[in-house]
Design a protein around this ligand. Structure first.
Ligand SMILES: Cc1cc2nc3c(=O)[nH]c(=O)nc-3n(C[C@H](O)[C@H](O)[C@H](O)COP(=O)(O)OP(=O)(O)OC[C@H]3O[C@@H](n4cnc5c(N)ncnc54)[C@H](O)[C@@H]3O)c2cc1C
Length: 491
């Protein structure tokens, strides 16, 4: 674990968590998972150790720790027992929504019991008919006097039936994301009942149930933010939650690697430990590399969050990379164990079953890619929108466009656009970090600022360029273009 940026007391905190996880949490994992036992007493102990409110304000009773420290704690717990690390992550996600959006009275009433761990939190967005398309949810809340009356069914709720409070996303308005609001629902809310515990492939000691609302009355003051902001709250909460899932995935992968290294050193075949075979050593090396990369990425994203910078895209990347890595590491861990990896005597078959769910929860990994791509392209789109303004700033450009129109080609269509795509014509001018173009190196009218093989035929004739990869440059540009300062071919 990287620890160079930790304060001494933060190192002590992590050492305390590691010792607790090794002594109290890890020995329970196999037994509780096999029996599907919810380890409620462990959450009480975490609360008693002041670990259930680590990233929240000291004024609210929290630990006042940066996200980087909180996530390392999640990782340590998940390394010992995934359900416990995941529980802390989900609890923090739900508590965050209350800490950030509840009114003063509700905060005073509820927050201290949340950050102390007295009340375990749950987050309820998914429904039977809306998972990835979360904005299509149909559970409805109608204002009636001082209450909302809630009807509908929510699905897949981690801690369903065990939680002290639920952050519920429901519809108070019309279709789409703007019709969604967030409510804080007490665990013992009248009219709220629970479906049976889902029978899962793994993570069995973490209860997953439906919430069934039948004329459930929730005080109107429990509205988080304003009506219509529920989807935004849900998405912002998920940004932080995805970092928690990334930390869980790294913890799980680390446990699988630890087990594999230990096994490879003691298992002998052909008269020597299997760790000495290159085929096994390379698997271990790949596992360790993926884990370190995943850890570095989630810590970098958490750093940005702590600094108040945008981190949503990087949170999605962290969740994607870490959970895919955990899956691959768990598969390889079974492989390193051979036949013994396929039976329950060793923990790696459980790691494999547990890793799978991390690719699904809090947005499947396909949805993470959608989030990343959309954010990436939104940035690129903003740059594209600036292009016409850049071009207008070059007065010598107008006659060229006008002449194109006079020649009957109008705005770029068909052939011209294809040629432009090949040649780079019309793309934004490349800018050097040194502030290019300076007055001296600016192109003269009719001359090229592009690498010469991208010139139009007319300017190519003026420059003496050619279609080849190494054309001659015209003298005003020669050796001074952005191409040369960026290290490209200078012809
Ligand atoms: C153990 C467990 C615990 C959970 N805990 C909670 C919880 O506490 N709170 C909560 O609200 N939810 C929870 N969930 C629900 C979880 O978030 C959803 O299962 C998840 O968002 C996917 O929704 P879905 O299952 O309806 O799958 P679907 O949305 O039906 O997706 C099915 C497949 O289609 C793909 N797909 C869908 N849309 C696209 C797209 N646009 N592009 C590409 N691929 C797409 C998906 O990636 C997936 O492979 C939990 C789920 C599990 C299994």
């Amino acid at each position: 674990m990287t620890g160079s940026r930790l304060e001494p007391e933060q190192r002590e905190l992590l050492a305390l968590v590691r010792d607790f996880a090794a002594a109290e949490v890890a020995p329970r994992a196999a037994r509780d998972e096999a029996a599907g036992t919810f380890p409620a007493d462990l959450y009480k102990q975490l609360g008693a150790m002041d670990l259930m409110g680590l990233p929240f304000d000291v004024d609210d009773g929290g630990g006042g720790q940066p996200y980087t420290v909180y996530l390392r704690v999640v990782e340590e717990l998940a390394r010992a027992f995934l359900a416990v690390g995941e529980a802390l992550s989900v609890h923090t996600l739900a508590t965050w929504a209350v800490a950030a959006y509840a009114g003063d009275q509700v905060r005073r009433e509820w927050l201290p019991r949340m950050v102390s761990g007295e009340l375990l939190g749950a987050y309820s967005l998914s429904e039977p008919g809306s998972g990835s398309d979360a904005a299509a949810l149909t559970t409805r809340a109608v204002r009636d006097g001082d209450d909302y009356v809630v009807n509908g069914t929510k699905a897949w709720v981690t801690h369903g039936g065990e939680a002290g409070f639920y952050v519920l996303m429901c519809r108070t308005g019309g279709d789409g994301p703007r019709g969604i609001s967030a409510l804080l629902v007490p665990g013992d809310c009248p009219g709220l009942s629970f479906g049976p515990d889902e029978r899962k492939m793994g993570l069995r000691s973490s209860p997953t149930r439906q919430l069934v609302f039948a004329d459930a009355r929730v005080p109107a003051r429990h509205l988080l933010g304003e009506e219509g902001r529920g989807f935004e709250i849900a998405m912002r909460a998920l940004d932080g939650g995805r970092l928690g899932i990334a930390a869980c995935a790294v913890g799980l992968a680390q446990a699988a690697l630890d087990a594999s290294v230990g096994y490879a050193l003691q298992r002998e075949q052909f008269g020597r430990p299997i760790a000495e075979f290159q085929g096994v050593g390379w698997m271990l090396a790949d596992m360790a590399t993926g884990i370190e990369a995943s850890r570095a990425l989630y810590l970098e994203a958490a750093d940005r969050r702590d600094a108040g910078e945008p981190y949503g895209r990087m949170a999605a990347m962290s969740k994607l990379l870490a959970s895919d890595t955990a899956m691959r590491v768990a598969i390889d861990a079974v492989q390193v164990h051979g036949g013994y990896g396929y039976v329950t005597d060793y923990p790696v078959e459980r790691y494999l079953r547990e890793a799978k769910v991390l690719q699904i929860v809090e947005g499947t990994n396909q949805v993470q890619r959608v989030v990343i791509a959309r954010d990436l392209l939104r940035g690129a789109g903003a740059r594209r929108v600036q292009r016409p303004r850049d071009r207008r700033a070059r007065p010598d450009d107008r006659p060229a466009r006008a002449s194109r129109i006079r020649r009957g080609r109008g705005r770029r269509g068909g052939t011209a656009r294809r040629r432009a795509g090949r040649t780079g014509e019309g793309r934004p001018r490349p800018r050097s970090w040194r502030g290019w173009p300076s007055r001296r190196s600016s192109p003269r009218a009719g001359c090229c600022w592009r690498p010469p093989w991208t010139c139009s035929p007319a300017t190519r004739r003026a420059c003496g360029g050619s279609r080849g990869r190494r054309p001659r440059r015209c003298s005003p540009c020669s050796g001074r273009s952005s191409w040369s300062t960026l290290g490209g071919s200078t012809g």
